[in-house]
Design a protein around this ligand. Structure first.
Ligand SMILES: [Zn+2]
Length: 374
C-alpha cells in the first residue's frame, strides 16, 4: 500500500487549494486518484496556479469559497465532483455533480469518505479518507463559530489542516468587542463578507446584542435558507434565533450592511465602496491589494472575524487526530521549529507526503517535491 499526497496549490501561502491524493493498493487494479478541492485565484489577474491532474477518479469540494472551488470552471465535465447539496448550488453547471452528506460516510471507488461539518460556512465540510491509517483534510475550519458546528473527525495518521491564520491565537470574542465599537460611527458600516459564510453569523451576533439595524445582501444565505438546510450544518440552539430574525429586504440605509463579494471586487460591496462619504468599509477577512491600500491609508478598517483556526484550535485537532504527519496549509511556515514547538513534532512544511505500509515494514517520508520520487 502506498499513499502519495501532492499539495499542488495551498502550501506556503494563502492561495487556491488543490491537493492530489494517490492511493495504490493490492485491492485495486490501478492507483486511485482523488483531488481535494479545486480552488481559484484569490487576487484579480492571478492564475490559479495548478492544472487538472490526469486520470482523476473524483474531485471533492470542501466548501463554496472561491479559493476552494473557483478552479472548477476549467474541470472536464466527465470527472465526478462530490459536494454537499448546499455547496452544489454555488458550483458551475457543466459539472458531473455527486452528493456528499454534511455528516456521514460515502463510498467512492471502494474507499470510505467521511464528512463532517467544518464550522466555517453553510454546507461546508471536512473530509476523512479511510486509506492507510487515515488521511484528514480540514478544508477551511473553525472551532469558534456559534452558527456552524464543528464535528470532530475520526483519527488519521496524515492531516492537512487549514492554518490560514498561522499561529495567531486571539479569540473571536476579542474581535467582536472591537467590532462593536464601530456601531456608533457616524457612517453606515459596509462589511464585505462571504455570502455563505460569516454574513449570517455576524447578523446573528448583532441581533444578540439587541442591534437590529442590519441588512443582508440578496445573494447571502438567509435565515430561511439556513433553516431549510441540513440540520447538522447549524447549531440546534441557533434555530430559534434564525426563526426570529426573518430576513429583511436589502436596505441601503441600514447601519450595518453585510454583502458580497467578500473582497469588495464585485457585487453590492463593489458598488457601495464607490460612496466613501456614506459608507465606512470594514473588512473582516482576506484583504486583496485594493483593500490593503485602503486600510493602510485609514480609508477602511480591518477587524478579523475568526473563521479559521487559532493556534490552540490547531493543537486541539492535531492532538485529537493523533496524526503522524501534519501539513499546515494556506500559510508560510517561515520557522518550522517555532511551529513544531507550538503544535508538535508532526508538523511538516513540505508539499509532498508519502506513506508506505507493508506487512513487515511501515515507513513515512516527507519530501519537498514530487520530482524526487519520479
Ligand atoms: Zn472558506
Amino acid at each position: 500500500m502506498k499513499i502519495s499526497i501532492d499539495i499542488l496549490s495551498g502550501a506556503g501561502r494563502k492561495t487556491s487549494a488543490a491537493i492530489l491524493v494517490t492511493y495504490q493498493s493490492d485491492l485495486f487494479s490501478k492507483p486511485i486518484r482523488f483531488l481535494l478541492d479545486a480552488g481559484g485565484a484569490l487576487e484579480a489577474n492571478e492564475d490559479k496556479g495548478w492544472i487538472q491532474p490526469k486520470d482523476l477518479d473524483a474531485i471533492f469540494i470542501s466548501h463554496d469559497h472561491q479559493d476552494h472551488m473557483g478552479g472548477l470552471i476549467d474541470i472536464d465535465s466527465d470527472v465526478p465532483v462530490f459536494a454537499t447539496l448546499a455547496v452544489q448550488k454555488q458550483l458551475p453547471t457543466h459539472l458531473n455533480l455527486k452528493t456528499l452528506p454534511v455528516s456521514g460516510t460515502t463510498s467512492v471507488c471502494g474507499i470510505n469518505i467521511t464528512t463532517g461539518s467544518a464550522g466555517h460556512s453553510f454546507g461546508g465540510v471536512w473530509l476523512h479518507l479511510d486509506i492507510g491509517d487515515g488521511v484528514f483534510y480540514s478544508g477551511d475550519f473553525s472551532l469558534e463559530s456559534t452558527l456552524y458546528p464543528f464535528t470532530f473527525p475520526p483519527m488519521a495518521s496524515i492531516a492537512l489542516l487549514d492554518a490560514s491564520y498561522g499561529l495567531y491565537d486571539e479569540s473571536l470574542d476579542q474581535c467582536k468587542n472591537e467590532l462593536a465599537t464601530y456601531l456608533n460611527d457616524d457612517k453606515h458600516l459596509l462589511m464585505p463578507v462571504p455570502q455563505t459564510g460569516r454574513a449570517l453569523e455576524i447578523a446573528c451576533w448583532l441581533t444578540s446584542l439587541g442591534f437590529e439595524d442590519w441588512t443582508l445582501g440578496d445573494d447571502c444565505i438567509s435565515p430561511k435558507d439556513a433553516l431549510s438546510g441540513p440540520k447538522e450544518g447549524i447549531f440546534t440552539n441557533m434555530r430559534s434565533v434564525l426563526e426570529r430574525i426573518k430576513k429583511q429586504p436589502f436596505n441601503l440605509s441600514a447601519k450595518a450592511i453585510l454583502c458580497g463579494d467578500p473582497d469588495g471586487m464585485g457585487g453590492e460591496a463593489k458598488a457601495l465602496l464607490k460612496q466613501p462619504e456614506r459608507y465606512l468599509p470594514i473588512y473582516t477577512g482576506h484583504l486583496p491589494e485594493h483593500a490593503r491600500q485602503a486600510v493602510s491609508k485609514g480609508d477602511a478598517h480591518f477587524i478579523r472575524w475568526n473563521v479559521h483556526p487559532r493556534r490552540r484550535d490547531l493543537k486541539r485537532l492535531i492532538d485529537h487526530l493523533e496524526c503522524h504527519t501534519c501539513a499546515p496549509l494556506f500559510n508560510d511556515i517561515k520557522d518550522l521549529k517555532e511551529w513544531q514547538q507550538a503544535l508538535g513534532p508532526s508538523i511538516t512544511s513540505n508539499s509532498y507526503i508519502e506513506q508506505n505500509n507493508d506487512i513487515n515494514k511501515k515507513t513515512f517520508c516527507v519530501r519537498t517535491s514530487r520530482a524526487e520520487h519520479v
